[in-house]
Design a protein around this ligand. Structure first.
Ligand SMILES: *Cc1c(COP(=O)(O)O)cnc(C)c1O
Ligand SMILES: [Zn+2]
Length: 417
């Protein structure tokens, strides 16, 4: 296998064993590799490992190892991935998309897709001699990093925006033992600080600027394609914050097509929250300009004003004839209520994908009869406060609990009323 890390900005190349996560020129590094086996042999290996895989230990990430991290050695796996692809009539009706499936990345071990990138990035960190790991986070990256660092026995340092992290996520970072810093600033300030600290103190940065994170997150798409018998859907719809997934999905589709795993590339739709939509603004002007905004949205996981993977995400949208859309907080909460009521459940940012699919169908971009896979990025229990606020409020669809006296008569009154 020929493989290297390549800088998209200056063109320099580094060996894959390099501990670098960013080019010295501060450009983003990308993993370039070409597996020796052809599409048929790869598919056969991937399918075999779905049943049993001693090396990958049942992981839906390491099953695709020829396309991830070159070279052998120990892997830090939970395992992760192998998430369900659900079809629910009620949800399809809500979105107006008959052929809608949702891939629930909230079913990963720490409750979000971040585990897919983290298992690869922590494995690479261990193999390249990291002494400690750090990340900035809106919550899920820190939860995931803390768990994998604990498993690998590495000290973990977390930077999160004070007062802006959902309860479930902060609880995880603390419980898994990460040193957690509540930064008086937004996510973008946290990322700047984490980058500086990683550089100053020789700590390995595990944000999605780290190219190994992107490699792991490609498997959301690879696994979905495998679940569909390598028959791609017409559209893949994904929430978009720091744009790591948008970058990873484009790379996965490009590589799957070049290898011959698929013949046709689905269109990618990246969905931002209207209050945090710099990528959408750029899309509207044909990517002639990059925007930075002060972000605000109920979907804290995508509350990001200056996305780090901007350049790679632009390539993903261009190469897949993709689109970028924005949905309001109200649309996000309505979509979340629909996902929850279907018995699936997700955190607010995840629901942006379903709200986005609905909007694109209404605008006629998604045409009647087209197949759509929406990615639910995180678990319902990540953000219990938003759920309680919604159901204790007076909104349509609210399902408030009812306090009663401990008598049968009280139960009867409720059932009658
Ligand atoms: C991290 C995260 C996102 C945003 O993904 P990006 O790759 O940063 O665009 C969306 N939803 C959830 C639940 C997340 O944890
Ligand atoms: Zn460079």
């Amino acid at each position: 296998m020929s493989a290297a890390l390549a800088c998209a900005a200056c063109g320099r190349r580094f060996p894959v064993g390099s501990p670098l996560v960013q080019c010295p020129c501060s450009g983003l590094l990308e993993v370039v590799q070409k597996p020796r086996r052809g599409a048929g042999a790869l598919r056969a290996a991937f399918d075999r490992r779905r049943v049993s895989d001693r090396v990958g230990q049942g992981s839906g990430v390491w099953r695709f190892r020829e396309l991830l991290l070159p070279g052998g050695g120990p892997i830090v796996t939970h395992p992760e991935g192998d998430t369900a692809l659900y079809r629910r009539a009620a949800l399809a009706r809500f979105a107006g998309v008959e052929d809608l499936a949702v891939k629930h990345e909230g079913e990963n071990p720490t409750g979000s897709f971040k585990d897919r990138g983290m298992t690869v990035a922590v494995t690479h960190a261990v193999r390249s001699g990291a002494r400690a790991v750090a990340c900035a986070s809106t919550g899920n990256t820190s939860a995931s990093m803390a768990a994998y660092a604990a498993q690998a026995g590495l000290p973990a340092l977390v930077f999160v925006p004070a007062g802006k992290v959902a309860a479930g996520k902060l609880a995880q970072a603390l419980a898994y033992g990460a040193r957690t810093l509540l930064v008086r600033g937004d996510f973008d300030a946290c990322l700047r600080l984490a980058r500086e600290a990683a550089h100053a103190f020789g700590i390995t940065l595990l944000n999605s600027v780290n190219p190994w994170r992107i490699e792991g997150q490609k498997t959301i798409v690879l696994e979905m394609l495998q679940q569909r018998g390598w028959d791609p859907p017409d559209w893949i719809v994904v929430p978009a914050g720091n744009l790591g997934n948008t970058a990873a999905f484009g790379k996965a589709l490009r590589e799957a097509r070049d290898l011959g795993l698929i013949r046709r590339v689905p269109r990618l739709a990246s969905i931002q929250a209207a209050g945090a939509a710099p990528f959408y603004r750029s899309f509207r002007v044909g990517f002639r300009r990059r925007f930075r905004v002060a972000a605000d949205t109920v979907a804290t996981a995508i509350r990001i004003g200056d996305p780090a993977s901007y350049d790679r995400a632009v390539a993903s949208i261009r190469e897949t004839d993709g689109v970028v859309a924005a949905v309001t907080d109200r649309e996000i909460l309505e979509a979340k209520a629909a996902v929850d009521a279907a018995g699936i459940g997700c955190e607010p940012a995840s629901a942006a994908a379903v709200a986005g699919a609905r909007q694109l169908r209404r605008r006629g971009l998604i045409r009647r009869g087209q197949s759509v896979v929406a990615v639910l990025t995180g678990h319902l229990l990540k953000d219990p406060q938003t759920v309680m606020d919604f159901h204790l409020g007076r909104r349509r669809g609210a399902n408030a609990p009812i306090e009663i006296a401990p008598t049968l008569a009280a139960v009867a009154r409720v059932l009658k009323g």
